[in-house]
Design a protein around this ligand. Structure first.
Ligand SMILES: C[S@@+](CC[C@H](N)C(=O)[O-])C[C@H]1O[C@@H](n2cnc3c(N)ncnc32)[C@H](O)[C@@H]1O
Ligand code: SF4
Ligand code: SF4
Length: 396
């Protein structure tokens, strides 16, 4: 998870990046995704949550949800992403949102947009929502087949227009698979035509309804071609689209190397890497599931460090930061890869493959035996220069 344009240049995510860095320096959660429900009105074939019409029996009650908002405020959480399932299906969604906004935490909603009518778009804006993230997987026939509910493509396109009319910025998200790869460049064009600010492209995580579908992942060459396109687009003065790439952190050093080869100064991005690795696990990134489980990453709902019922927000935050102390192993170990600390490899894929989050990421798009050309500053030097809070350093 890294906002590529804001990382190396200025982009729409620059402000939230700065807030996240400040929060990390203070030892606070740097970002928080809260799955307020597992329920969903769609049945996307790839859904890692396997969300459907059911509510989890131990879902946080309304009172517990409001208490969570108070605790987020006390903990100094800078931004919360309300997600799901479909967050807007939770009956007290609007009350949760109102309280988050009142608490001074920046709310962002991750929604399939089927409930975003013109009135709802206006109401979201009035409740402090500046950004909505919504999903598009391809043309109408494909999107509706994947979500298994006819009419959803038309709804999402209309909703994006409603949101833009209400002054809310929109991020389009897509999960990259062998099938959606065919449409990815059309999705870029559509996002620009609909005046969206950001495109989030996430590598397929094979869990939930896509468990066992490793054959649906795109190849290394396809990922490289897509990254080359992202580099070209970022260097095109006519484009301002922000890109966020999820669950495949090796794309970030790959893109940095390509920018260097094009004569771009990447020192801004390298400095950011002294605070955050491309994989957000152990970097203050927190996900709370609908039952209160505290997770290092939303893609592994069964990897928790405790339940927010039982531990304080501070304790949950420090347990997540403690994960940063472990080095990755195998081809991602510091001895094997100079980018070990800035990339870390995808820790969730390692967890899902073996139950050990710190083994190598076998989906790396770099040449594993190739030369690493970026001048990466060691953590110790970064601490000496005051860029990293001591609590964020290995072994502290
Ligand atoms: C779980 S949904 C929740 C928010 C909302 N219901 C939606 O679909 O936008 C959040 C995002 O996760 C993505 N996603 C779901 N399953 C995935 C998987 N197996 N791999 C990668 N991304 C996935 C979806 O495409 C969606 O963009
Ligand atoms: S990806 Fe989102 S919209 Fe699709 S089933 Fe999962 S939670 Fe629902
Ligand atoms: S080997 Fe691992 S740490 Fe190095 S670039 Fe690849 S995924 Fe990242």
């Amino acid at each position: 998870m890294a906002h590529v344009r804001s990382l190396f240049f200025e982009g729409v995510a620059s402000e939230s990046e700065t807030r996240a860095q400040q929060a990390k320096r203070l030892g606070r959660p740097s970002s928080l995704i809260w799955n307020i429900t597992n329920r969903c009105n769609l049945l996307c074939s790839h859904c890692y949550m396997a969300a459907d019409g059911h509510v989890k029996p131990d879902q946080l009650s309304d009172e517990q949800a409001y208490e969570m908002v108070d605790r987020m405020e006390e903990a100094g959480v800078p931004v919360v992403f309300l997600s799901g399932g479909e967050p807007m299906m939770r009956p007290n969604f609007w009350e949760i949102l109102k309280r988050i906004n009142k608490a001074g935490v920046q709310p962002t909603i991750s929604t399939n947009c089927t409930f975003v009518t013109p009135k709802a778009a206006q109401r979201l804006a009035e409740n402090g929502v500046r950004f909505i993230a919504t999903s598009i997987y391809g043309p109408e026939y494909y999107h509706d087949a994947l979500t298994q509910v006819p009419g959803t493509y038309q709804k999402v396109v209309k909703a994006i227009k409603n949101l833009r009319a209400a002054g809310v910025k929109v991020a389009v998200k897509t999960a990259l698979t062998r099938e959606t790869y065919e449409f990815i460049y059309d999705i870029v064009t559509l996002a620009k035509e609909l005046d969206c600010s950001l495109l989030y492209i996430c590598d397929l995580i094979t869990s939930g309804r896509s468990a066992g579908e490793e054959n649906m992942r795109v190849s290394v060459d396809q990922w490289r071609r897509l990254c080359d396109f992202v580099v070209d687009d970022m260097l095109d003065p006519a484009s301002s689209l922000e890109y966020d790439i999820g669950a495949i952190p090796s794309t970030i050093p790959y893109i940095a190397e390509k920018l260097v080869a094009r004569g771009v100064d990447v020192s801004k991005g390298l400095k950011r890497f002294q605070t955050f690795s491309a994989c957000p696990v152990g970097q203050g990134h927190m996900t709370i599931n609908s039952e209160g489980g505290v997770m290092p990453c939303q893609f592994a709902q069964d990897w928790t460090v405790g339940n927010i019922h039982d531990i304080s927000f501070d304790e949950a935050t420090s347990r997540l930061y403690e994960l940063d102390a472990a080095d990755s192993s195998g081809q991602c170990a510091p001895e094997a890869c100079d980018y070990s600390r800035i990339c870390r490899g995808c820790r969730v894929k390692a967890w899902q493959a073996t139950g050990n989050a710190f083994i190598e990421d076998t989906t790396c798009i770099l040449d594993t035996n190739g030369e690493r050309t970026l001048p990466v500053t060691a953590r110790e030097e970064a601490v000496a220069a005051g860029h990293v809070a001591p609590c964020a350093v290995s072994g502290c």
